[in-house]
Design a protein around this ligand. Structure first.
Ligand SMILES: *Cc1c(COP(=O)(O)O)cnc(C)c1O
Length: 476
């Protein structure tokens, strides 16, 4: 048996490369990523026209060079390129370099960040990041939170916590009303379903001309529900809606939530970190009145995908919903002063994702992030102003960094025209944008959230729009 063991050990030895092999691998990977980043401005923001060819069996081995070639051909250059400065389509964009290095370091030591006892340093680091965010939104020190894999899971954690805190189960579900707006992100409905609250009545509160939830209508709906014998349970506001970037009026909604004892959740996945920008502070007034909040560092802190964050104002509530025990974890010290990430999330083993957020904040400081976000805000306002000079109709003045706009041609169906315009821009590929429909009106949108997007990219996009509109207007 010893012979067999040693033979197998020998066979699997490549899993621990020699220092020289490590260096060779690293050099090739570094060369690949450097080439990618050095050319990021020239790579299309969108490119879908190529066939994919990725091996699906693992019975032969490849060199690192061959593997990187496969990645380049099949992944780097196909589809949407979120790292591109021309990516103005969806909200997450970027992936700052220091974060990639943070991931590298986290993966090398592979610290167990789920349990405090296993890696107190990793957990303290993640708690500092949550606490930094907590202070930003002015939650009390008793709040607790979790670094999640993204906004959807973070929203799910908040909704489950709300469900348990209000003991919404059994017969009560049918009568416990949830208030959303038409601008609420779809992951909220998904979370409601996963949390077993599908039978909660859902009311869609009307929106104002800036696409914000109308507090007057909210109050009216809540009163009506009480009169009809239902129990208002939860209101979910948006801090930066995906469609239009609208920020709801948190103070007004907060008053109503307090008066009627609603659980008040704010989905700030996109907009939350704009609170770092002093000139924008006003629009967030009252955010601290909420019971729970979600932010996405993989959006507005420009981190790579896989970084969300949830905070619950009364920390014991999230702890109550997610704390765990297991026989094989009996060595874990599990008193309340020693709360672990695994006590605040469905996850047990998890990526040590704090390091990718901590490293850039340490290297550059938070000022850089507020400057970068303010730049994106101003770029969007600049776009909103300039596009009107090209004869476009625009939506409301951008509150954050999303703008909607459309071209109304002299004749023909505007929706059809703008659909063709979107296609023409996507086919061009230098800039990637998306579209949305609000009350049957087709709008183009830009979301300026990639940290690499600067004035020249917006100006390029304006010139592309000008060119495409004139081509389309002259072709039936
Ligand atoms: C992106 C987004 C989500 C979903 O978050 P993921 O990180 O994609 O899971 C939820 N709400 C809003 C407002 C968002 O912008």
């Amino acid at each position: 048996m010893v012979q067999d063991i040693l033979k197998l050990q020998q066979k699997s030895a490549v899993l621990e490369p020699s220092p020289k092999d490590r260096e060779d691998l690293m050099r090739e990977v570094y060369r690949h990523s450097a080439e990618y980043l050095n050319n990021i401005g020239e790579l299309p923001a969108y490119d879908i026209e190529k066939p994919i060819s990725i091996p699906n069996t693992f019975d032969r081995i490849y060199s690192i060079k061959e593997v990187l070639k496969l990645i380049e051909q099949n992944i780097d250059r196909i589809g949407i390129n979120p790292a591109s400065p021309g990516h103005l389509g969806y909200i997450p964009g970027g992936g700052i370099y220091a974060s990639a290095l943070g991931d590298y370091l986290a993966d090398i030591s592979n610290k167990y960040a789920g349990l405090r006892y296993a890696s107190p340093g990793a957990v303290v680091m993640e708690n500092h990041l949550i606490d930094w965010t907590r202070k930003l939104i002015n939650y009390p020190i008793t709040a607790l939170g979790n670094l999640t894999s993204g906004g959807s899971i973070a929203n799910l954690i908040a909704i489950i916590t709300a469900r348990d805190a209000r003991a919404i189960s059994g017969e009560k579900i049918n009568k416990s009303v949830i208030y959303l707006s038409g601008q609420t992100h779809h992951c909220i409905q998904k979370a409601i379903r996963i949390a077993g609250l599908n039978d909660c009545p859902i009311r869609y509160v009307g929106i104002d001309d800036q696409f914000r939830m109308d507090p007057v209508h909210l109050r009216k709906l809540v009163k009506q529900d009480i009169q009809n014998g239902a129990q208002p349970f939860m209101v979910i506001a948006s801090c930066g809606s995906t469609d239009t970037g609208a920020v709801d009026q948190f103070d007004e909604i907060g008053f109503i939530a307090e008066e009627y004892n609603l659980w008040y959740h704010i989905d700030a996945a996109y907009g939350g970190y704009f609170m770092l920008c002093d000139p924008l502070k006003n629009i967030f007034k009252g955010i601290e009145r909420s019971d729970s909040i979600v932010l996405d560092p993989h959006k507005t802190l420009f981190l790579p995908y896989g970084s969300g964050l949830v905070i619950i104002r009364e920390g014991d509530k999230i702890h109550h919903s997610f704390k765990h025990t297991a026989n094989y974890l009996q060595d874990v010290i599990n008193d309340d002063s020693n709360i672990s990430p695994a006590d605040l999330s469905p996850e047990l083993t998890k990526h040590f994702r704090g390091l990718r957020m901590w490293l850039p904040l340490m290297l550059y400081g938070q000022e850089v992030f507020s400057a970068c976000l303010e730049e994106k805000h101003l770029l969007t306002k600049y776009f909103h102003q300039e596009i009107q000079k090209l004869g476009f109709e625009v939506g409301p003045l951008p509150q954050l960094s999303v703008a909607i706009y459309r071209y109304v041609p002299k004749e023909g169906d505007p929706n059809e025209f703008n659909t063709r315009l979107t296609k023409a821009i996507q086919q061009d590929g230098r800039i990637y944008i998306s579209s949305t429909s609000i009350n049957d009106i087709y709008w183009l949108r830009i979301a300026v959230v990639c940290f690499r997007t600067h004035l020249s990219n917006i100006q390029l996009y304006l010139s592309i729009l000008k060119e495409k509109v004139s081509v389309l207007a002259n072709t039936p």
